[in-house]
Design a binder for this molecule. Structure first.
Ligand SMILES: [Zn+2]
Length: 255
């Protein structure tokens, strides 16, 4: 074999290993554990995924509001520009979920439920990407706040605590708020924003005059930037490393 052919073969093998195996492995097994890490995979027009599947699993006797899921579907379509499919399954047995879920246990429990019930998967490289939504009648119990109506975990999952949600309007706001977290949005202190810090801990209806069902102008701008972004690689797992390096550099340069 010619030297040049051997070199080309090595380049091809390297590219296939990197883009076909290493990067997808990183995306599906490492980045998936970080909320917000899939932001541009969902939002960017350059994402390899062109369809978003909202896969809903509900506990026995727990009924999601179809109107809330429909509004969420519209919002996801609006901000991502992708095709959106909503699929609802009433398939979580009451014996699968304890009556009270501790905040540190949400991820473990959610992962177990999805492992047992998932119908669709995020495709390996291109095609369909999933957002998992688990509806439960359980109560949420945390260390730092007293209650929660919605919690995000992983890069692609949320849990909705149906018992303390009074109506469809609230459920819509909570679904969109949690989706905002999956898209990397932080909390806001402005009481009119859907990302308001009190929205997912709930007991909030008195804080809002009319719950929002869309993102604020500032949040829309951030989502728009992610929609236009050509950089779609999930760097979230490395963010702590960035801040450590940045702090180190700052300490070194400051007198
Ligand atoms: Zn929140």
């Amino acid at each position: 074999m010619h030297k040049i052919q051997r070199l080309l073969l090595n380049v091809v093998i390297f590219l296939v290993l990197t883009f076909g195996i290493m990067i997808p492995l990183y995306v599906h097994y490492t980045a998936v554990r970080y909320t917000g890490a899939y932001d541009t995979l969902y939002l960017s027009e350059y994402s390899p995924y062109d369809t978003i599947l909202l896969e809903v699993h509900a506990q026995e006797g727990v009924e999601p509001y179809n109107s809330s899921l429909a509004v969420l579907g519209d919002r996801v379509r609006q901000y991502t520009g992708k095709e959106v499919i909503v699929a609802t399954f009433h398939d979580i047995g009451n014996d699968e979920i304890p009556p009270v879920i501790k905040d540190y246990d949400v991820t473990r429990l959610g992962n177990k439920i999805i492992k047992n019930h998932t119908q669709y998967h995020t495709d390996w490289f291109t095609g369909r990407i999933v957002i998992y939504i688990i509806y439960t009648g359980a109560k949420w119990s945390g260390e730092t706040k007293s209650s929660a109506a919605g919690v995000t975990y992983n890069a692609n999952s949320m849990m909705v605590f149906k018992e303390i949600i009074p109506d469809a309007e609230t459920e819509t706001a909570i679904l969109i708020h949690e989706t905002g977290h999956l898209w990397g949005l932080e909390h806001s202190n402005n009481s009119n924003d859907i990302m308001n810090v009190h929205l997912d801990e709930y007991i909030i209806s008195h804080l809002f005059d009319g719950l929002p069902n869309d993102f604020s102008e500032k949040e829309k701008k951030l989502l728009g930037e992610k929609h236009n972004s050509r950089f779609i690689f999930p760097i979230k797992p490395y963010e702590p490393l960035y801040s450590v390096v940045l702090n180190l550099v700052n300490t070194m340069v400051s007198p």
